[in-house]
Design a protein around this ligand. Structure first.
Ligand code: ARG
Length: 263
């Protein structure tokens, strides 16, 4: 009886060993699976050049935020996968476990964002600017009139700003859209009188469209501190990302990326 069960055990062990080898590197497959589980999902909204955007006819997300996060990930031995969502879905995505990291030129000081997710160290600072057509007479944000329409992105500091102007009766309409590219189009078409946008992003647009647009007046609104964010309480990941960012700054890689993306 004992012998029989031993034989059975041996046979089972052999079958198992064979099955493993038949997979042609079962351990490798296991490794891949483990890697897939370790992949962190970064959510962003990719119409915000030069922070994150896609090029015509291409789904690949590129930009400063992508290069920076990938460099941080490489430094910390992490693997990232990027997901393009609407801006006002980014925080809910982390809250509902659909993403691990937000990196989207997001101002960590705005509204109650910091109550919903945990932000890392500031990696870029920004202010709002008013973008208008080159032939516009609008002198700046304080010169807007009751008949005007201004566009910005929904759920952003700019979106809140134009909404507040509308609520205060200072403009006719705050047009809040899902994509920055649509805000620019509405301005080009004359559907709105201007676009309220982060200065570095307006600059990037003007680099390509100086013939059709310009900034009106000076920066305004609350000074912004952009940071990546993780789910509330995920201090282990946040510490890694902050350490990676510090290492990037130290090594000069951060400056290299600023040089590459902000002209
Ligand atoms: N800095 C602004 C904010 O935090 C706008 C960010 C928009 N980012 C984007 N990837 N669309 O509200």
């Amino acid at each position: 009886m004992k012998k029989k069960s031993l034989a059975l055990l041996l046979t089972l062990a052999m079958v198992f060993a064979f099955a493993l080898s038949a997979c042609g590197g079962g351990s490798e497959e296991g490794g891949e699976e483990a890697a897939a589980n370790d992949t962190l999902v970064v959510v962003t909204e990719a119409t915000f050049a030069p922070f994150e955007f896609t090029e015509d006819g291409n789904d690949e997300i590129v930009g400063f935020d992508v290069d920076m996060m990938e460099a941080i990930a490489a430094d910390q031995g992490l693997t990232l996968e990027w997901k393009n969502l609407e801006f006002d879905s980014l925080i809910p995505a982390l809250q509902s476990d659909q993403g691990d990291i937000i990196c989207a030129g997001m101002n960590k000081l705005a509204g109650d964002r910091a109550e919903k997710v945990d932000f890392g160290d500031t990696y870029y600072e920004s202010d709002l600017m008013l973008l208008v057509k080159s032939d516009s007479d609008l002198a700046g944000i304080d010169a807007v009139t009751k008949d005007m329409k201004l566009a910005s992105q929904i759920g952003t500091t700019g979106g809140d700003y134009v909404q507040a102007l509308k609520d205060e009766g200072k403009i006719a309409e705050g047009v809040v859209l899902n994509q920055w590219t649509d805000c620019y189009l509405q301005m080009q078409n004359g559907d709105v009188d201007g676009v309220v946008v982060d200065m570095p992003v307006g600059n990037s647009y003007l680099n390509e469209h100086s013939d059709i647009a310009k900034f009106a007046g000076e920066k305004f609104g609350d000074h912004e501190e952009m940071a990546f964010a993780v789910q509330k309480g995920n201090t282990e990941l946040l510490d890694k990302l902050n350490t990676g960012l510090a290492n990037l700054t130290e090594s000069g890689k951060y400056d290299e990326l600023v040089e590459k993306w902000f002209k």
